[in-house]
Design a protein around this ligand. Structure first.
Ligand code: AMP
Ligand code: ZN
Length: 481
């Protein structure tokens, strides 16, 4: 395994730290997944893309990664929606889990190793709550169970909040049954018409925080490496997860906490509750997968990003530039040519050295807390450096070998970026390319026979579908607008 020395910013210590996993060469990652009551929006999409890249980069470095993402399939919002639609909660969750898989796949996100659902783990959740009750860290009031925050001395260490301040500033409606306004729900007693499970405290259902403690520890162990989610989850969700898990096991729960910044619209967080959201499926009708990924990764994962048309357009032309380059590269180096440095002339050696330096800077940037903005700009520097060779009609052997090496390198780094258009799916699949070639050919034929109206119709119809044709001399190129 190559020298790794990856550094990650740990929200718990507020420092960049060297990544040292609990088990050598393994990386165990848990990412908070969606509550499946609706389609995910593109802000959620950002979180899932960002940690998809983290996961893929760890694998690129040689780690054996286990990636777990929970599905919260019991929650107030799910129950409300089921009531509104006059159906049961399962009908809602089945539909939106399916949609979630489609949407994340459409964003080029790899499947997690495990997608545990809360409703499949109620027994495990009850056991964890029971152990908290047994240890005197949780108490029951009329069928509800609360975590007693005052028993956990380091409560507030992740969010940097102090219990006293939280209590003083607490706007939580005073709940007579709780000892302390910050105590949070582990188990909710069943209300009429709501789904429920049998428990030592009567019929009820689990709270949200305890689901993540239970399922992360079940699949990754009591101490695991990375726990991630959006920055809105720091408090109270992740703070509560720490209290529950460490309270129950007496061990450190998570080594590194990673939090992504918000996707914003006009400076405001994109959120369902604010009504300023766009669903992933809506936006992907206009914006190809690789453009969306590039748009996200041009910013650091911890920074906020504003979703703007200009930003998407800029990402669109960059993604096109990269893919045009890659297509040419593929055409020019059909066969792999071994690279023998001795046979390169001085100029070629210089190109090779620059290329290697840029690639290593790219990887170093990724190792520095996944600094994708720098890494992406090195990728584009690589493209610029190599472009000159691609305009040549006849390649020398050395040049061909060099381009073949470059192609491999670019494919290698794309294993974690996901910017190259896939052959099998999306707007630029082989199938689409083939069909476009036919349309362009037919249009050419129509024009040569002076059947202008039909030729124009092809262009106009494509235009309506966001595909632009560009005539350059005898050639016609196409692109997604
Ligand atoms: P939720 O279903 O609301 O719990 O969100 C799923 C994931 O998306 C969580 O990790 C959230 O922190 C994250 N998330 C929600 N809204 C945004 C946003 N506007 N920008 C980035 N991440 C978000
Ligand atoms: Zn969670």
């Amino acid at each position: 395994m190559e020298e790794m020395s990856l550094k990650v910013y740990n929200s718990l210590t507020k420092k960049k730290e060297e990544f040292v996993p609990t088990e050598k060469d393994k990386a165990k990652i848990y990412v908070c997944g969606p509550t499946v009551y609706d389609y995910i929006h593109i802000g959620n999409g950002r979180a899932f893309v960002v940690f998809d890249v983290v996961r893929r980069f760890l694998r690129y470095l040689g780690y054996d990664v286990t990636y777990v993402m929970n599905l919260t399939d019991i929650d107030d919002r799910i129950i409300e929606r089921a009531e509104r639609e006059n159906t049961d909660t399962q009908t809602i969750t089945v539909k939106f889990i399916e949609a979630f898989f489609e949407d994340t796949e459409a964003l080029g996100i790899e499947r997690a190793d495990i997608y545990p659902k809360a409703t499949d783990h109620v027994q495990d959740i009850i056991e964890l709550i029971q152990s908290l009750v047994d240890r005197g860290l949780a108490y029951q009031v009329n069928g509800d169970v609360f975590y007693d925050v005052s028993t956990f001395a380091s409560y507030g260490s992740l969010s940097g909040k102090r219990i006293e301040d939280l209590v003083a500033g607490s706007r939580v409606a005073v709940d007579e049954s709780k000892k302390n306004p910050l105590d949070f729900t582990l188990w909710k007693s069943q209300k009429p018409g709501e789904p429920g499970w049998q428990s030592p405290w009567g019929m009820g259902r689990p709270g949200w925080h305890i689901e993540c403690s239970t399922m992360s520890m079940k699949y990754l162990g009591q101490t695991f490496d990375i726990h991630a989610g959006g920055v809105d989850l720091v408090f109270p969700h992740h703070e509560n997860e720490i209290a529950q898990s460490e309270g129950a096991t007496g061990k450190k729960f998570v080594k590194y906490w990673l939090h992504n910044g918000f996707l914003q619209i006009g400076g405001e967080k994109m959120a369902k509750s604010l009504g300023n959201f766009k669903t992933v499926r809506e936006i992907l009708k206009k914006v190809p997968t690789e453009v969306m990924r590039l748009f996200f990764l041009q910013k650091h994962y911890r920074s906020p990003i504003d979703l703007t048309d200009q930003g998407l357009q800029a990402a669109g032309s960059a993604a096109n530039r990269l893919n045009r380059f890659y297509q040419k590269l593929q055409d020019m180096v059909m066969t792999e040519a071994p690279l023998e440095e001795e046979s390169l002339n001085e100029k070629e050696l210089q190109v090779l050295n620059t290329h290697r330096r840029l690639k290593s800077e790219l990887v170093e940037a990724m190792k520095d807390d996944f600094n994708t903005p720098v890494a992406v700009s090195r990728l584009f520097d690589m493209v610029r450096e190599l472009n000159a060779l691609l305009t040549k009609d006849n390649l020398m052997d050395g040049e061909r070998a060099l381009l073949s090496q470059a192609k491999q390198d670019i494919e290698e780094v794309d294993s974690f970026f996901g910017f190259l258009r896939s052959k099998g799916s999306g707007a630029n699949s082989e199938l689409v390319n083939g069909l476009m070639e036919i349309l362009i050919d037919v249009r050419k034929e129509l024009r040569s026979r002076k059947i202008w109206d039909l030729a124009d119709k092809i262009r106009q119809e494509l235009d309506k579908n966001n595909i632009a044709l560009e005539d350059k001399g005898q050639e016609t190129a196409w692109r997604v607008k």
